[in-house]
Design a protein around this ligand. Structure first.
Ligand SMILES: C[S@@+](CC[C@H](N)C(=O)[O-])C[C@H]1O[C@@H](n2cnc3c(N)ncnc32)[C@H](O)[C@@H]1O
Length: 209
């Protein structure tokens, strides 16, 4: 676990970007995420880097009582905040663990939603491998931000030393990282609703490309 990064995010737990409730501005972005990620009731879902659990709560509602969300977080204060937020929900568990160290004891995930966390993975090839390894053969992994590519990297460059080099790679680089991990990108948008990239395990001809 990158302790320096966990400490940095501990200090951000009450920052508006992390703690403010979602409003009207986010509603269409959340709708697009749920639609593009094809989130439905009963799914088993992984959310690395859940922060204060704002999206976790929404995802838990969307998969319903027969579905399940496993949320991962490295910052102890973010873990505490998200556990508090989802304390009334029996279908969510927040784990204090890095994606890179998480071991799934289940049957793999139907969906993995990386919301505003992909740039923070220290080794993006390893992260892609982990995501692929945790996914079911018919699963989907989604990388989503509620701001666009240019804004993501601008925010991080200006955020301060611990995360200033945590940048979103260009699409072609992600395509290469994912291909090596056995994932193929099947949907991408970078627009007024933000950034969304969806990938699935490669099969047949797609796996050989
Ligand atoms: C920019 S925040 C986004 C939080 C939340 N998803 C949101 O959008 O409000 C990124 C979060 O990912 C966590 N994080 C960073 N690297 C991680 C890793 N390798 N595994 C799990 N969580 C990580 C950080 O502690 C931080 O809370």
């Amino acid at each position: 676990m990158n302790i320096a990064k966990a400490v940095y995010f501990d200090g951000e737990v009450n920052a508006p970007w992390a703690a403010a409730e979602y409003g009207e501005n986010e509603a269409p972005k959340i709708r697009r995420l749920l639609a593009d990620a094809r989130i439905s009731r009963g799914l088993r879902l992984l959310e690395p880097g859940c922060g204060t659990g704002r999206l976790t709560e929404i995802l838990a509602g969307a998969v319903g009582p027969r579905g399940r969300v496993e949320a991962l977080e490295i910052s102890p204060r973010m873990v505490e905040a998200s556990r508090q937020r989802v304390s009334g929900r029996r279908n969510v568990r927040v784990h204090h663990v890095a994606l890179e160290e998480y071991r799934d004891r289940g049957r793999g995930f139907d969906r993995i939603v990386c919301h505003q966390v992909f740039p923070h993975f220290d080794d993006k090839q390893e992260a892609a491998m982990r995501l692929a390894g945790l996914l079911r053969p018919d699963g989907l992994v989604v990388i989503v931000h509620f701001i666009n590519f240019a804004a993501i990297n601008d925010v991080h460059r200006k955020a301060g030393t611990t995360v200033e080099h945590d940048l979103m790679p260009p699409l072609e680089e992600i395509r290469r990282l994912f291909r090596r991990a056995g994932l193929v990108i099947d949907r991408f948008a970078d627009d007024a609703l933000g950034y969304i990239l969806r990938a699935r395990p490669a099969t047949g001809a797609a796996a050989r490309r």
